[in-house]
Design a protein around this ligand. Structure first.
Ligand code: OVM
Length: 404
């Protein structure tokens, strides 16, 4: 057999549907099967290639020259299909077009720029935790904490007005579904696309934003000439799309981890400085953003398999983050490990520009909780909410024992 034919024969094929409800609700069995099938697997149902091993996901995310984002990071190829909204200047663009918006936003969201938010968010978290614990010792931690805290902290930091904030989570849910196939999850929200998009777009104008938030800073960058005035609202839109649901489900992952790992909660209470690491470990362990696609810019060889130019490649961040070839005992939520290097925030030029904001939110909430809560345990089955991209939650019923 010729070497080329041998390679062609060796490409494993799977007819699994990564976007089927049962897989979205419990993705680990498929992740394991894909990692074990080979470095590249052809997903026949969608005519895409898939990467699920850490080494190859990491390498492809870093190699933006061969694995582009400009054709869209969902299943739809923007060169053949009209995107559901004007493409993001950050997520759905490649260098050099990506560079100016990225530079502007990464400065606005860099740790030094966030310092003034630290004390503010600590106070917001104290107040929320006080309120929740005053009312009950049994509650839905998803609604009362994971949803409530980012909604109290982040929209104010952006500078949003008071009206319509209830649209943020449904818009995010819709946007993250839109990266997948046009399945029932996309159909379920189709009737709200126009209404939700109109609201979000209206919040991105200079007039809609307060003078002291991230949004105003984006407009100020346009006034300085670091962006065009046409680009500014789209960069604000990225904050509103990527900044709420992600942190909500990331915090939910964290609370779920602690509710099911009491020894790790004790460890955090003894060493509250572990709050940030524990958030990253939860992001590794649950991967709130499960997948993104790239598109091959040329015929590109991955571990001996040629991925043809123009092909969509599905990156399984969640599978990479539990690859036993990279992580010791990967299925364990473990605060003694170093989770850095996980790809839950991506890798390379598109690595989550908001990750410092997310960590600061997590630090504020977990620190406030750790001071007041001795034990946190589940009182019922946690409920997931299926989404084509986000590992989402619907309910996290807990009981807490507060500090005497
Ligand atoms: C964006 C964006 C960035 C990251 C994730 C995302 C919906 C969106 O720039 O709009 O998910």
């Amino acid at each position: 057999m010729s070497e080329a034919l041998e390679r062609a024969v060796a490409l494993p094929v799977s007819d699994a549907d990564p976007f089927a409800h049962e897989v979205l609700l419990d993705p680990e069995p498929l992740h394991q099967a894909l990692r074990e099938a080979g470095p590249v697997v052809y997903l026949s149902r969608y005519d895409v290639h898939a990467l699920a091993r850490y080494e190859h996901v990491h390498a492809a995310l870093a190699d933006w020259q061969h694995f582009e984002s400009g054709s869209g990071v969902g299943l739809a190829n923007f060169r053949h299909e009209k995107p559901w909204r004007p493409p993001s200047l950050l997520l759905e663009a490649d260098p050099p077009r990506h560079d100016a918006p990225r530079r502007v936003l990464s400065e606005i969201l860099a740790p030094p720029a966030l310092r003034r938010l630290r004390t503010r968010w600590a106070a917001v978290a104290e107040e929320l935790v006080d309120q929740v614990l005053r009312d009950a010792t049994e509650f839905d931690a998803f609604v009362a904490l994971a949803e409530a805290f980012p909604l109290r902290a982040f929209p104010d930091a952006v500078g949003l007005g008071p009206d319509g904030r209830e649209n943020l989570l449904p818009y995010g849910n819709m946007a993250f579904n839109a990266f997948g196939p046009r399945n029932d999850l996309v159909a379920a929200d189709a009737h709200r696309v126009a209404e939700l998009s109109a609201w979000v777009n209206a919040q991105c104008t200079r007039e809609a934003l307060s003078a002291d938030g991230f949004g105003a800073q984006i407009w100020a960058a346009a006034d300085r000439g670091d962006l065009t005035h046409e680009q500014a609202p789209l960069v604000v839109r990225s904050l509103l799309t990527a900044g709420v649901d992600t942190t909500v489900h990331g915090l939910a992952a964290c609370l779920y981890a602690f509710a099911t790992h009491p020894s790790e909660w004790q460890r955090l209470r003894e060493r509250p400085e572990l709050a940030r690491t524990s958030f990253d470990e939860a992001v590794r362990w649950q991967s709130p953003v499960q997948t993104f696609f790239r598109t091959a810019t040329t015929d590109v060889t991955v571990a001996g398999t040629v991925v043809p130019r123009g092909t969509k490649i599905l990156m399984f961040l969640g599978a990479a983050n539990r690859d036993p070839g990279r992580w010791h005992d990967p299925d364990r939520f473990d605060l003694t490990r170093d989770p850095s290097g996980h790809v839950g925030f991506g890798m390379g030029p598109h690595q989550c520009v908001g990750q410092h904001v997310a960590r600061l939110e997590a630090e504020a909430l977990l620190t406030a909780l750790a001071r007041r809560v001795q034990r946190i345990e589940l009182t019922g089955t946690p409920h997931r909410h299926p989404n084509n991209t986000l590992r989402s939650w619907a309910a996290l019923p807990v009981r807490v024992q507060t500090v005497a």
